[in-house]
Design a protein around this ligand. Structure first.
Ligand code: IPT
Length: 268
């Protein structure tokens, strides 16, 4: 028996760790997984990939592609087998298992405020990603609730290269930020490199907080403080969800996963 995983770019750390967790759990329960990758969240590319997986007789589908509500609902309607979405907004009327972006934003902001930081820059993910938008909106809401004006905002594309480039922009803004909230660990890696090159001490002069806690983040220099999304858990739960899903016709299930703050040495 076979499951399908339709995923966004596996060169990114988070999607590859999710794919790994899905493969591992499926292996444990004797299922194989066919993977189809789309380079961006283009609607036609997703439909083509869906048809490809279905033609190989997958019995259930996981979709880890950042999708707008309308595209997700159309894909779900087009699938004769159960589908679970891993990267959609709360408004999408589809079965989903997603990490709580509001909680993640709150944890990051609360941590920086507790350290006494007031000038906080934001390095968001791409505007084409629902999760990136949710994290940014969450940060802005949490800062506003704390009565703090949000600092400069830049948008990267999740890559370390974009984090490096955007850090140069954010670190040239006045007033100079005391901290930066970064939407993923790979971009935070680029920020750390930019700081090292500019002679900015982390965390002495700038606190940096990431998002994901992918497996290498504890090995960044300094070890990264970040919001952990338990990718292993997400992989396990999503495979188990598909296994237990017998009929299509039952009501929607929207599972929300908690995230947690992992304090290491990039914040002080
Ligand atoms: C999300 C990651 O947090 C981010 O780093 C990036 O890899 C992105 O995926 C790619 O789409 S995690 C996702 C389940 C919201």
């Amino acid at each position: 028996r076979t499951l399908g995983l339709l995923t966004t770019d596996l060169a990114l750390h988070a999607p590859s760790q999710i794919a790994s967790a899905v493969k591992r759990r499926a292996g444990e329960v004797g299922l194989s997984v066919l993977i189809s990758m789309v380079e961006n969240n283009d609607r036609d590319a997703c439909f083509t990939a869906l048809q490809e997986l279905l033609s190989q007789r997958v019995e259930g589908l996981l979709i880890n592609v950042p999708l707008e509500r309308e595209v997700a609902e159309a894909l779900a309607a087009a699938s004769p087998v159960p589908v679970l979405f891993l990267d959609v907004g709360n408004d999408a009327q589809v079965n989903s298992l997603v990490f709580d972006a509001d909680q993640g934003a709150d944890l990051g902001v609360e941590h920086l405020l507790a350290l006494g930081h007031q000038r906080i820059a934001l390095l968001a993910g791409p505007q084409s990603s629902v999760s990136a938008r949710a994290r940014l909106a969450g940060w802005q809401r949490a800062l506003q609730q704390a009565g703090i004006e949000s600092g400069a905002v830049a948008y990267g594309d999740w890559s370390a290269a974009s984090g490096y480039e955007k850090a140069h922009h954010l670190l040239n803004t006045k007033p100079y930020p005391q901290a930066v909230l970064v939407a993923n660990d790979q971009m935070a890696l680029g920020v750390l490199r930019a700081c090292a090159e500019k002679g900015i001490r982390v965390p002495g002069q700038l606190s940096v907080i990431g998002y994901d806690d992918t497996t290498d983040s504890a090995w960044f220099s300094p070890p990264l403080t970040t919001v952990r999304q338990q990718f292993k858990e997400a992989g396990r739960l999503s495979v188990d969800w598909l296994i237990n899903k017998t009929s299509q016709a039952t009501e929607l299930q929207q599972v929300r996963l908690n995230v947690e703050l992992v304090v290491r040495h990039s914040t002080a």
